[in-house]
Write a protein that binds this ligand. Sequence first.
Ligand SMILES: C[S@@+](CC[C@H](N)C(=O)[O-])C[C@H]1O[C@@H](n2cnc3c(N)ncnc32)[C@H](O)[C@@H]1O
Length: 390
Amino acid sequence: MSQFSPSFSAEFDDINQEIVLSGRIRPSSPGEMAGVVDVIRRSLDSSGNVIYLNIKRVTHLNMTAFRCLEQILTEACKTNIQRKIIVVASSVIAWSAPLFQTLASSQPNLSVEIYDSAFYPGQTFVEDESFIPILRTQTKMTWRHEREILPRHGMRNGLSIADICCGIGDFATLIKRQFEPARLVALDHSKRSLDYARRVAAEFGLTSIEYTYGDAAQMLLADNQFDFVTCRHSLQIFDRPDILLRELFRICKPGGRVYITNEKNSHCLGEPHSESIRWTYEQVAKLFSHFDMDVEMGPKSRRLLNDAGFDDIKVESFMVTNLDGDPRDFADVIEAWEDVYAGQMAVRRGDPPDFIRRFRQGFKDHVLAALHPKGYAGWPIWAASGRKPY
Ligand SMILES: C[S@@+](CC[C@H](N)C(=O)[O-])C[C@H]1O[C@@H](n2cnc3c(N)ncnc32)[C@H](O)[C@@H]1O
């Protein structure tokens, strides 16, 4: 790692053939870029035919810095036309890709990739509007349990809190009202969900929640700044949950806690028609796994937190049921699942009509179980937290 000023750094990762720049690169003269230029030159000299320039964590870049990079990249493209230089930008820093795309348009062996435009297989399902009804009704059902559970995991009034992968922000608004945090950041990578979150918060007159567009696996939040970090129902949609946990660990203060919730979908249950319901939820787990998402993660929470370096790990599970308040709420959740899982994901996987019909039937039976005067419907969730050691 080479650190050139308190605000920016450059390093070469020779395993991935990647030059990683990060921070606020705002030199007042080209001389201040000497260290960066040196790392890039040495990396180019020792690299093979493809080299990556990762700028995902460059939050600021002034023209002095850009001109230096432009010069060295142009020179490198001209001296070795066989070598491909790939600039890896992120949509989180909106200006970065267009800036380098201009340079790429004049250098055929330089290209720009926006890495988070297709960075996990289920992204399109999770980030577009179709997920909003699912998230809205889910949180309504789980909050009844979680508001009791959270204090056992260290939640109390006045903390500095981050809700990572906040979705439509409803959990953040509930936290805000119930626990009056000193600071509350809510971050997500879905612009549609964040728009929704900001609108709802404005309607409720909640002005101080910091809704932030970002990538949970590459956050621009500084180290060690939150007492309590939450990440609900989201580790399970990452194909590399360990990377996300590393970030949650990083932004948490020593002595602070990271709280996660995850499901085990194949254990959703109901009576009557238990067999049909069981079959459908086993298929849900397989369907998510097809898109590299693990909705069976709940019981793995203890191991994941342990492997990520947390101590004082607490794990508990709870069952959302049709007896929690209005059974129609639970039926709404199940219907929203059916719409997305059977209506979109199974279709995308290419499942035949007979399968989809049977798949849908299990959801319909689950709704029936939820609404039946003698029925019972359940959805099990694991809530776990770990402390970042001092
Ligand atoms: C299943 S939803 C859960 C949302 C919310 N925590 C809840 O419980 O209602 C997963 C969320 O993770 C977000 N997400 C997925 N990948 C992300 C990433 N790399 N960075 C930030 N958010 C991401 C999605 O946009 C989505 O809102």
